[in-house]
Design a protein around this ligand. Sequence first.
Ligand code: NAD
Length: 307
Amino acid sequence: MAKVLISGGAGFIGSHIAESYLASGLEVVVVDNLSTGKRENLPPGVTFYERDVTSKEDMEEIFFREKPDYVNHHAAQINLRRSTEEPLFDARVNILGSISLLELSVKYQVKKFIFASTGGAIYGEVETLPVREDVPALPLSPYGVAKRSVELYLNYYNKVQGLDFVALRYGNVYGPRQDPQGEAGVIAIFISRILRGEPCIIFGDGRKTRDYVYVKDIAQANLLALSASGIYNLGIGNETSVLDLVEILKKVSGKDFLVIFDEERKGEINRIALSSEKARETLRWTPSVSLEEGISYTWKWFKERKQ
Ligand code: NAD
């Protein structure tokens, strides 16, 4: 049975990937320091190490013991605003943590390294949407710069050290288990506020657009990535504004909740949508869940848990 080491597997996206890998018959080892992840997110059947990816010694112990066939790297500092306030911390986790896993993947002859990159924060402001992978990535945040840097390291480890890789540039991923306490994840944040009877806060005029993609579709792409190589955008291809989200949430929840407008946040791009043509053609990946369906599943999940 092939074995996958998932870093960040106790987090939102990583735990859905762990489930889909287990369901397809893979053995799953998770490394997570539980800084934002939760033990209860871990599906039964995984081997879990509560460790930090920035500790090369700890990681070496795990690689030596587990000898994974594949590495799926999702552990990261995911807060874009924190990356602007503490770029050193961001780089330590997101760049140095990645290099420690890359070094060990070469040493322990890992067959493929799958990396959670970003489509939302890597391109900066682009003219023509939906954006394709061949448009130069000029990120406008340390978080985006770190993700792009790791992609360049992947290219080096591939060309010079022979490590095969896939980098998946996600849109805004949403769905069950997303942390509503975080700074990212507007859908989880709004749902949680609606359930508590609190108003939803929009920073700016609500016209900023993003490409929202359901987490199960992202987990499916990570499964397909096991037999692919290269860089892929993963999104629906449509722009959705925060005001559009409010309308969908009103429909799905049946509640006419209050919306408050606050000052716009600096460093956030205005518009983005990702072209996933390459993923469709090469990975044979198509997002199967529409935004309204996905929001409805997410709403039900949060409602049952009363978060
Ligand atoms: P998350 O916070 O739920 O997951 C990150 C996980 O990494 C958490 O479980 C956390 O405890 C763990 N972690 C953080 N630092 C660690 C460290 N030093 N050592 C070990 N574990 C550590 O967030 P998520 O939304 O599931 O994001 C997962 C990945 O996907 C991240 O790499 C993120 O940058 C990327 N991504 C997410 C989105 C999105 O919309 N959510 C979009 C693009 C890319």
